[in-house]
Write a protein that binds this ligand. Structure first.
Ligand code: FES
Length: 92
């Protein structure tokens, strides 16, 4: 599966002071990480001083790439009551 076929975010745990290379082209075969054999992009490098959890976009709709900004949510265009009804009906 390629990176942006998931249509949802990838949650990764980044260890302190360790580099993580995130794919930017969507061609990776090991999403969300950069893949030397398939990627044609300059990867986005993550490195944090403390251990942290990161939400990486898997739908290619985020305005904050490579991070998920919630744009993947199919309920974004619904009003609050329609969203609640949709959540209720999907839980049945
Ligand atoms: S997965 Fe792309 S915005 Fe959330």
């Amino acid at each position: 599966m390629k990176m942006f076929q998931k249509q949802d975010c990838y949650v990764i745990t980044c260890e302190a002071d360790k580099d993580y290379l995130i794919c930017q082209c969507g061609q990776t075969r090991c999403p969300p990480f950069h893949d030397l054999n398939n990627c044609r992009c300059e990867p986005h490098r993550l490195n944090y001083s403390k251990k942290s959890m990161q939400w990486i976009c898997g739908c290619a709709k985020s305005a904050e790439m490579p991070f998920c900004d919630g744009a993947h949510n199919p309920r974004n265009d619904m009003g609050i009551w329609d969203a609640i009804k949709d959540i209720f009906h999907s839980a049945r």
